[in-house]
Design a protein around this ligand. Structure first.
Ligand SMILES: [Zn+2]
Length: 147
């Protein structure tokens, strides 16, 4: 069993989708990335869509800050702000994951298939899966299970 890195939901052993987010850990992380994440089915359904692929864009640090500030301040109370921050964080991960895939010419379905395949490696050797995800994002080595 594992916990989904996006919604904290449960992922049964051998399931899930391994992805890589270049989104920063926090606004004050100095650009340190979240990195490898394991998503549940529900989050994969949110992420791997034509819409996310269409909307996704690279955000600069200052754009991120500004979007966060506007989104959070639009909420009248602390609970609204926390919820807004959570869904915004998820959206930023989705965008960053989609951008990484788009740069390699992968559509949502191909990216979903790849994330599923890499999750199989994740359960056997998490470190190897993380290295693979990193290589894919950095473009040092183009790697695919299906050929
Ligand atoms: Zn999830």
């Amino acid at each position: 069993m594992a916990i989904c890195d996006r919604c904290n939901g449960e992922i049964a052993t051998g399931e899930g989708y391994a992805v890589y987010s270049t989104s920063p850990i926090s606004l004050d992380s100095g650009g340190k990335e979240i990195g490898a994440m394991l998503f549940c089915d529900k989050c994969a359904n949110d992420l791997f869509t034509e819409n996310v692929w269409k909307e996704a864009k690279d955000l600069t640090e200052s754009a991120r800050r500004e979007i966060t500030r506007i989104t959070v301040l639009a909420e009248p109370d602390i609970f609204g702000r926390l919820n807004a921050l959570t869904s915004l964080t998820q959206k930023m991960h989705d965008f960053s994951i989609a951008m990484g895939a788009k740069r390699r010419g992968l559509g949502p379905n191909e990216a979903r298939q790849e994330a599923r395949e890499i999750s199989q490696l994740w359960w056997k050797d998490r470190k190897a899966a993380e290295n693979l995800l990193l290589q894919n994002v950095r473009g040092k080595k183009r790697w695919r299970f299906w050929k």
